[in-house]
Every structure is written in structure tokens, then in C-alpha cells.
Write a protein that binds this ligand. Sequence first.
Ligand code: ADP
Ligand code: MG
Length: 451
Amino acid sequence: MVRQSKIAANAADINREITWFREILKTRSSLNARQETKYKSVYDIAPPPLNGSRSVFADFIQEHDLDFEERFLLALALVPHVKPELLDMFLVKNETTGQIYTEFGGKRGKNHTGFIPTGETAMFVLAGDNLQKRFSLQRCFDGLHKFSRENILSLENIDKNEPMLSGALSISQEVLDMFTIGEARKPNFSPEFPAQLLTTKMEWPDLFLSPHVMVQLEEIETWITHHDTLMKDWGMEKILKPGYKALFHGPPGTGKTTTVALLGKKTKRDVYRIDLSQMVSKYIGETEKNLAKVFDRAENKEWILFFDEADALFGKRTSTRDAHDRFANQQVSYLLQRIEDFNGLVIMATNLKGNIDEAFIRRFQSMIQFPMPTAEERHKIWTNGFSISVKPDKDIELPEIAKKYEISGGAIINIIHHCSLRALGRDTNRIQLNDIIEGIRREYHKNRRTL
Ligand SMILES: Nc1ncnc2c1ncn2[C@@H]1O[C@H](COP(=O)(O)OP(=O)(O)O)[C@@H](O)[C@H]1O
Ligand SMILES: [Mg+2]
């Protein structure tokens, strides 16, 4: 479906949902005032049927098998975003106290001038003064309920001295996106969401890796496509830990980052790269909070989480010299725990070989060493790397160059970049041997090697 028709389908279904929702509010208010109503209980008001409906909204409700109460909660959390004025009835003030009625719950936003429903608002509408109903409704805010497990809807955290139900009811951004524009938007990188979508213009055949690495990558690919069958249909959920963890290690420039990007591209999964260097925050607890957001959004989303240059995680974590180290240790422990519990694919990359402690290694289902490319692989990277628009001079023999200089794929690409710029600077498309040699010298120099 194109975006416009997705939007139209959602709008039609949500309109009907809102009509149902409004009827419930009206009925609760009449019941409360002991006025005549069409219904004896709000539960008698049947939600609009969704069969035959093709909207993302309708699919969502059906797929998640939401019952009356769950559907109402979702509508209540949705309304401030789509039709806030519907809740204005809660803003009337109690004449005696001059405040809004305690039983309505709710709060005012910093910017939003309308009524923001809380857990208490839901209780008021659904349970009224029926305590038994009120207690049984708490199930929807339990950590094991699908609302929480699948990051659909939650109660905002409140101070420990206040009742839990005074937290605002909050619908996740993705669910909101799906209900409105019909698809989840990709989150942007920010200090609060320290992960970035990793993409590449390269294609799988542009990657030249040793057969040994390729075979191991196939297992990861198989996991990506078949993990649902493995865990659910084969019933391995109770035996295997959730998710799959892989570690890519090897010298810089050997294609680790590129491989992760291409794995995502090949299997049509989004890869989110988390930069640990951006993670250290001045405020204790901030890092955990931001990382939690990434994991929460990634959960059940088929995202690949990629910790690039994850060296910071691999130092031995036993010696604690000062407060700063302790802080770092605490963050590392938090991160490892989240990685362990994550039900998707996590890939980490590091340039360090040794120094990884045993306890850590046991957590990975797969450890792939990316070796320096062989002469043959280097030749392919050289040949494939140049633009088809350039003409190498006659004296350039790529097979010879590939054999003679043992450098990484990344270094080769840097040299090709250098030579191409030199040619453009001379206003030609001819690549010169001199420039290649000069480029190689520079790369050697970076690693304190000489030609
Ligand atoms: N095996 C390879 N095959 C093709 N290109 C490679 C290979 N290894 C490295 N490259 C090239 O070098 C660049 C840098 O590689 P990268 O994936 O960043 O290495 P790493 O993450 O291991 O440091 C890539 O963009 C790619 O163009
Ligand atoms: Mg890299």
C-alpha cells in the first residue's frame, strides 16, 4: 500500500474507534452522575468490528489479540495525540476544591494544554468505584503483559512516594507512527538515542572475504532468516538463550564494519550502530537510560544491533583503580546484561585480539576472525575498487602490486582514493604507478612500516 492509502485506512478505523471511545466516556460520566443511560455498564458498549478492515491499526489490534480493556487503554493513550479535545470533559473543576476531580487522574503537560490521561483515568472509566475491577486491571501494567514486553504502552515512571497509577499513560512512538502514518519511522541519532542506522552503497559481491569467514557468516544469515522457526516451531525457546551474539575481530580495515552493513542489506534488516565512545556521560545513570531506549526499541523489531569498536568492553574488568573506573565497570555490566537478554542479533567488532576475558567469550555463539586479505583477495579489492571511468597506465600491474604489498582492504581503498584524486587534479582519468606507490608509502607510514 502506498503511504497515502495507508493513512486513509488508518484514519477511517481510528475514527470509528474514537466514536466507540467517546460513547464509553459519555456513559461513564452519566453512570457516575446516576443519570439515565442506554447501557448498564461501559463494558456493554461493543468495540467496532475490524474484520474486513485492512488498516495497519486494525491489523495491529487483531495480531495482538487485544481484548476490550486493552483496546480501551490503547485508545485512551492515543486520543491526546489525535483528538485531545475529547478529554476536555475531565478538566471541569470541583466547585468545592477548585481543582480537577481526583478520581479522573490525569495531568497537564508542559506544552500540551489539554488533559493527559494517567493510569488513574483508565481506572476511573473502566472500573468506576468497583475495586475488584480496579485490581484486576493492574495486569495491563505488569512487566510481563504484552504492552510492556512489546513496548506498546506504558505508565510513565513516577516518584516512589506517589501512587503508580498517577503516571501518565504513554504510547510508544513507533506504535503511534504505525497508527498514523502507517509505518514506523526510523529513529534519528541523538544523545538520548545513541544509535545510528548503518547503511552502505556496496553490494555483497563487492566483499572479498576468505571462505572460512564466509562459512561462518552463513550461520548468522541462517539465524536471521530462521530464528523464529527454531525458537517457536521447534520449541527451542526453553532450551536456548534468546537472541544470537557474534564477535568480529581482526585488524583495522579488514571489512568488519562493511560486513555488518552488508549482512543487514542482504537480509533486509536495519542495522543500528552504537558508538560506545559517545556513551560516557557525565551523569551517573544517564548512559544506562539512553542505552535502555535503544534496546527497548530494538526488541522484537528484527533490528541488528552493532557495537562497533567495542574495545572498551573487553578490558579485564577486575581491577578498579578509582571512582571513574568503577563507574565504567557499572556501565559495562549493565550493557552486558542487556545484550545477554536481548532477543535479536547483536554483533560486536573489535580490533583487539587478546585481552578478551574468558567469561566474555562464552557469551558469543560465534567469534569470527577477520584476517588480513590474501594476495588473491587483495587483487580483487584492487581491481574492483577503481572506477570504471579510469585508465591505469600501462606499467601498472595490479596482480604484482597485490602480491607485493600486504595491506588491508581499507588501506587499498584509501590508496585508490588518493590516486583517483591525483588524476582528477591533473584533469585526466589516467592513474599513475607513482601515485599508487606514494599511496602505499603513506599507508605503511600510518602503521610505522617502511616500503
Ligand atoms: N574484504 C574486503 N572486501 C572488500 N572491501 C573491503 C574489504 N575489507 C575492507 N574493504 C574496504 O575497506 C573499507 C574499510 O573497511 P571496514 O569495513 O571499515 O573495516 P574494519 O571495520 O574491519 O576496520 C571498506 O569500506 C571497504 O571499501
Ligand atoms: Mg570498523
